[in-house]
Design a protein around this ligand. Structure first.
Ligand code: KDG
Length: 324
């Protein structure tokens, strides 16, 4: 199966110690960004995956492209912009309270934020079976919004399977009502929707903790067809999938977590690969939950993403859901 994703791949500066960044002197450099993480995850599972993105003509851009290439991702739609830099972001941990995670973006004038919508016309969709993008790409800039809309029209015309993660990043959102209006046609058109309990609360403006109730309201509010597959990721509370009126639930695997950023993308990649090849929701949900947990055991978004054999070994090893 051939997958194509669209989104910004950036340099992540990941602090080696916790606390306010003004006092952090050491960072690890990683390559990250939601849709790039998904493409890399798919590639690790042996799938044919490419990405539409833009990077600067700079050292960080060279870093991004060599990591994507090294991971076997098709880089023929990675556009190099000589006028704008590769996006960068920092993570801050455990401040102002233990367990807090903050993300600081330096991407508002990045190559991807300046992505020219006409570039999507150059993308060859000939053999693409599945297209995946997320709310992050839509919220990056007006250019990205236009380009993603154009891309979605092409995808729908060609009846390519469309996967969409709502991926709400409040720091990228200005006007909340406008953001929801922008997301709506993507949510409605997707064959497979990934979301999270926090995203549902944002999209519905609710504080309710009952995820099944939120999910029913989400389906009504966005007029989502029963035929769509909806996956709700709930972190340490597991995940649930709703399809054709049936709900499947799975608890989370327990691991010694070091870095939770990127777990949702790893989950998406594994669910896409396993669900689309077998149609078996429970088995895809189990493997996606395992991969989402395992990827948090290392710093960086995708580094600990296992291959298929490693997934089966981990499943055999896990006692109940405990991988510690
Ligand atoms: O899902 C992980 C991503 O959120 C992270 O790598 C950065 O893509 C990113 C974003 O926009 O937040």
């Amino acid at each position: 199966m051939r997958f194509l994703t669209m989104g910004e791949v950036m340099i992540q500066l990941n602090p080696v110690i916790s606390g306010p960044l003004r006092h952090v002197n050491l960072f690890e450099k990683h390559v990250a960004g939601s849709e790039g993480n998904v493409a890399i995850g798919l590639s690790r599972l042996g799938e044919n995956a490419g990405i539409i993105t833009a990077i600067g003509e700079d050292e960080f851009g060279k870093n991004v492209i060599s990591v994507l290439r090294g991971e076997g991702v098709d880089v023929s739609h990675v556009f190099i912009d000589p006028h704008h830099p590769t996006g960068v972001y920092f993570i801050q941990r455990d401040f102002p309270f233990q367990g807090a995670i903050d993300v600081l973006y330096y991407r508002s004038s990045s190559a991807m934020a300046n992505f020219s919508p006409s570039l999507v016309d150059e993308v060859d969709l000939g053999e693409v079976d599945v297209f995946h993008t997320s709310g992050i790409t839509l919220m990056l800039s007006e250019n990205c919004e236009k380009a993603t809309k154009k891309m979605m029209e092409r995808i729908l015309n060609k009846k390519i399977f469309f996967s969409f993660d709502t991926n709400i990043r409040k720091k990228l959102i200005g006007d909340e009502k406008r953001a929801i209006d922008t997301l709506k046609p993507f949510i409605q058109s997707a064959n497979l929707i990934f979301t999270g309990s926090g995203d549902l609360k944002f999209l519905l403006n609710r504080s309710d903790e009952d995820v099944e109730k939120l999910l029913d309201e989400f389906m009504r509010f966005f007029s989502i067809s029963e035929k769509s597959v909806i996956v709700v990721k709930m972190g340490s509370n597991g995940a649930l999938v709703k399809h054709k009126g049936k709900t499947h639930h799975r608890g989370a695997f327990r691991v010694r977590s070091l870095d939770t950023v990127g777990a949702g993308d790893a989950f998406d990649a594994a669910f896409l690969a396993f669900f689309l090849e077998s149609g078996d929701i429970s088995s895809a949900l189990e493997r996606a939950s395992l991969v989402g947990a395992l990827v948090t055991t290392m710093r960086g978004d995708f580094e600990a993403f296992p291959d298929r054999e490693e997934i089966e070994i981990a499943l055999r090893y896990s006692e109940g859901d405990d991988l510690r």
